[in-house]
Write a protein that binds this ligand. Structure first.
Ligand code: UD1
Length: 438
């Protein structure tokens, strides 16, 4: 398994281009199953989860052309399989996103239950309950969810009230409802920018979706969807991660190709913590530490537009470098503090009390051998390595390869001392040069 070796203590200076949002590209790729015509997606990040999603679509029978590394032309004209198998769902939970589109277009779908996952149990009961409200018959067979459209083959539009905000649940229902008969209203829908991006693609394909990005989404069902071309929004979590990287290393970065508007709460919180962030224009941020230094500030993770759980771990690294005591409360996922014990091994002062982590800072972190446990936890350890004294080895970086495009190259480009120690047998991600056009 690949590792990262980081020698800390270098201030990062320069420019970084932010990649497309993985969490938007994944549902958009699933949405291509809603039509037999070609859908072209641009700005798709080159990360492991996208390769997994592509494999799933190809296994189902879709044809995927990649004229450029980050452009995928997907044609789902001849779908022969209607199943997301256990092997894929267990490595990437977002493969459940094929459930809604398959059910809507073909009237049947079979998806493995995700099972346990490193950051909590993460059930899909809300996806299933709401699909049932659209008339789907759902049963569980040998670890698989088997869903069928009602007699007549079409789901029926209705009002769905989500008990809890779920991002992929909202996306599954949004896709399913586009081809349902009648109108569907989703209440308490997720407001994440990735949901709005998916709705934009669907509308380009001929769907009639209104209100995406607000808690109430209305979808007027149509008979068929067609060809479209769409550019994926920038990754707001990658943006936030690099904002923290500049601040903790006392460097200065310009982030290009981002959407500051999607990161407003993170920007506001980082400013509170002493990070100077300037919106140069609609797609560029300039960031450095303020003259007064970094100071402790509390956060609580909540659904968008509040502080994202996907930035919690990286924020914790920032707090280890900030003056004072901060409280970080995680309300979305249980068991999402696994990075804390690794940071403690690097010398951080963090006490966990249930869903709250109390961080005392600042501490001079010391390089150590640490293990990445999930995608965002890995990012927080990379950040910790950048400020630690001496050498940090991060094991299991396949987690970070799931969602950050070439993070070591981007960081090295702005002065970080970071290298990938490649395991030639199990290397997580082939270098772009070796892949060429997929
Ligand atoms: C998505 C993101 C992930 C992010 C998360 C929260 C993608 C591909 N992934 O994950 O990066 O961390 O949103 O912002 O977009 N829940 C249920 N039943 C369900 C569904 C969810 O109880 O049927 C619970 C979950 O266990 C969790 C909460 O609802 O406690 C939110 O989860 P959800 O928004 O569904 O996360 P994902 O869509 O899996």
């Amino acid at each position: 398994m690949d590792k990262f070796r980081i020698t800390g203590g270098r201030a990062l200076r320069g420019r970084i281009n932010v990649s497309g949002a993985k969490n938007s590209a994944l549902p958009c790729m699933a949405a291509t199953l809603l039509t037999g015509e070609s859908v072209t997606l641009h700005n798709v990040p080159y990360v492991r989860d996208i390769i997994t999603q592509r494999r799933l679509l190809e296994d189902l029978g879709a044809h995927v052309l990649t004229p450029e590394l980050r452009t995928h032309k997907i044609t789902a004209a001849h779908i022969e399989l209607f199943e997301a198998p256990y092997d894929l769902v267990k490595t990437m939970r977002a493969s459940v996103l094929v459930l809604g589109p398959l059910l809507a277009r073909f009237g049947k779908a079979k998806v493995s239950l995700p099972g346990g996952c490193a950051i909590g149990s993460r059930p899909i009961d809300l996806h299933l309950e709401s699909l049932k409200q659209l008339g789907a018959e759902v049963s569980l067979e040998a670890g698989y969810v088997v869903a069928r459209a009602p007699r007549g083959g079409r789901l029926r539009g209705t009002t769905v009230n989500f008990d809890k905000v779920t991002v992929t649940g909202t996306e599954n229902l949004l896709m399913a409802a586009t081809l349902a008969s009648g109108t569907t209203t989703l209440n308490n829908a997720a407001r994440e920018p990735e949901v709005a991006d998916l709705a934009e693609l669907l509308n380009r394909m001929g769907a009639r979706v209104r209100g995406a990005g607000t808690p109430t989404i209305t979808i007027e069902g149509v008979e068929t969807l067609g060809a479209a071309e769409h550019t994926i929004i920038p990754d707001r979590i990658e943006t936030g991660t690099f904002l923290v990287a500049a601040a903790i290393t006392d460097g200065e970065l310009e982030l290009k190709d981002c959407t500051p508007e999607h990161s407003s709460i993170v920007i506001a919180k980082l400013r509170e913590a002493g990070v100077e962030i300037e919106e140069v224009n609609q797609s560029t941020l300039h960031v450095r530490r303020s003259a007064g230094g970094l100071r402790a500030s509390d956060i609580t993770t909540e659904p968008h537009p509040r502080f994202p759980t996907d930035m919690q771990a990286q924020y914790m690294t920032l707090m280890t470098q900030s003056e004072g005591r901060s409280r970080i409360t995680e309300t979305i996922f249980e068991n999402r503090f696994m990075h804390a014990s690794e940071m403690q091994r690097m010398g951080a002062h963090i006490a966990i009390d249930g869903r709250t982590a109390v961080v005392e800072g600042p501490t001079q972190l010391a390089g150590a051998r640490v293990q990445a446990s999930d995608l965002r936890a890995s990012a927080s350890l990379v950040l910790a390595g950048l400020v630690a004294e001496g050498e940090t080895i991060i094991e299991r970086v396949y987690h970070i390869d799931r969602g950050y495009e070439k993070i070591e190259d981007k960081l090295r480009g702005v002065g970080a001392q970071i290298e990938r120690l490649r395991d030639s047998v199990t290397s997580s991600l082939p270098p772009i040069a070796e892949v060429g056009v997929l």
